[in-house]
Design a protein around this ligand. Structure first.
Ligand code: DSN
Length: 420
């Protein structure tokens, strides 16, 4: 970043500070990860310069021979990786990817069934302030109050009652495996389309350690930057019969020029996800999440749904007389980054929340394993036992510093930057 340092030292410094923050803290936000340098390189390339409205071989601009190759490779790799019939790699982010499916397949006012945000769903699955909640009649389904797991019989009953045109499966804060085959059966029972949003679990699905929805759903959307560990972006998979509709709704329907530098980075991400190392990585994410949540339970914390089958788990702090907001703030001061999160049927507002969400993708990328998860669980316990004690927070921050030093991020990136 020599050129940036010379031209714009303010921004350069902030990027360096962010690299230091990422390196010096324990990143436990379940939706975040650290993209490898080959992905950052593709993302930071000259492909950012090119307009390419349209699709490979059918662009509105000339000079697209190189970006055509890039997009064709990205599509072919995604199709192979997930076994999808058709893929569109142009969506800029997860919410627009979902929006494309709604707009392509539904009429305004149609009924859509989706997981309640308060039980782990996503903003674009019907939040009243989001396009989805504004334009469609949303029937939310939750989790069983006792088991805190999806209750497929109840979802089937709701579907029969409300006859949705589309059912959405997928979540951003649900720790258990989702049975997409069961969702297919429910959708078929009422003649609904099935859209599965795998943004959180895409890496697990790609590695074959979570059931894939691709054989069961007409539409599967995902981001590329969570467990998949690619650039910040999204893509849509669908059955061939809907390919044209989806492509038309991405462009010209919802977007103009695609971000070709990001599409190149998506291609690199899909290549990485086909390697044996990626499979090992995804398995380790799962092992880490399980050991971590078990250790938190041993320390007296209630784990929502009794544990995890995925990369994340939720800790209910109600019995500790603490809010998710206060816990997340105290942990941040000790160098541990999590987010406050609603627990199912949470009496508190989302701004306060009764729980925190903990994910293992980013710490697993650093090479941490089960032994480190146990250590981190104890550090969290130390912070939450005395969250207002500054000396306690400083002591834990020191422990965090010792641990992250053993697992440097981007190997020697920061050292290199500081030498420039
Ligand atoms: N904001 C993401 C998450 O944290 O789960 C979902 O889009």
């Amino acid at each position: 970043m020599k050129s940036l340092k010379k031209f714009d030292p303010e921004i350069y410094k902030t990027i360096l500070d962010e690299a230091r923050r990422e390196n010096d803290n324990l990143e436990l936000i379940a939706s975040e990860n650290f993209a490898n340098e080959h992905i950052l390189e593709a993302q930071g390339s000259v492909l950012t310069n090119k307009y390419a409205e349209g699709y490979p071989g059918a662009r509105w601009y000339n000079g697209c021979r190189n970006v055509d190759i890039v997009e064709e490779i990205a599509i072919a790799r995604a199709k192979k990786l997930f076994g999808a019939e058709h893929v569109n790699v142009q969506p800029h982010a997860g919410t627009p990817a979902n929006m494309v499916v709604y707009f392509a397949m539904l009429n305004i006012g149609d009924t859509v069934m989706a997981m309640d945000l308060a039980c782990g769903g996503h903003l674009s699955h019907g939040n009243p302030h989001n396009f989805s909640g504004k334009f469609y009649k949303i029937v939310p389904y939750g989790v069983d109050r006792k088991t805190e797991r999806l209750d497929y019989e109840e979802i089937a009953r709701l579907a029969k009652q409300h006859k949705p045109r589309m059912i959405i499966a997928g979540a951003s804060a649900y720790p258990r495996a989702i049975d997409f085959k069961a969702f297919r059966t429910i959708a078929d029972s009422v003649g609904a389309y099935l859209l599965v949003d795998i943004a959180h679990i895409a890496g697990l699905v790609a590695a074959g350690v979570h059931q894939s929805p691709v054989p069961y759903a007409e539409f599967v959307t995902s981001t590329t930057h969570k467990t998949l560990r690619g650039p910040r972006g999204a893509f849509i998979m669908c059955k061939s019969e809907f390919a044209k509709k989806i492509d038309m709704e991405v462009f010209p329907g919802a977007q103009g020029g695609p971000l070709m530098h990001i599409i190149a980075a998506k291609a690199v991400c899909f290549k990485e996800a086909m390697t044996p190392e990626f499979k090992t990585y995804q398995k380790q994410i799962l092992k880490n999440a399980k050991v971590f949540s078990d250790e938190m339970a041993k320390l007296g914390y209630r784990i929502v749904a009794g544990g995890t089958d995925t990369h994340l788990f939720l800790v209910d702090l109600t019995n500790k007389f603490m809010t998710g907001r206060d816990a997340a703030t105290a942990l941040d001061r000790a160098g541990i980054t999590v987010n406050k999160n609603l627990i199912p049927y949470d009496p508190k507002s989302p701004l306060v929340a009764s729980g925190i969400r903990i994910g293992t993708p980013a710490v697993t990328t650093r090479g941490m394993k089960e032994a480190e998860m146990v250590k981190i669980a104890h550090m969290i316990g130390e912070v939450l036992t005395d969250p207002n004690n500054e000396r306690n927070l400083i002591a834990v921050k020191k422990e965090v510093g010792g641990l992250v030093k053993k697992f440097p991020l981007y190997k020697d990136l920061i050292r290199r930057l500081e030498k420039e």
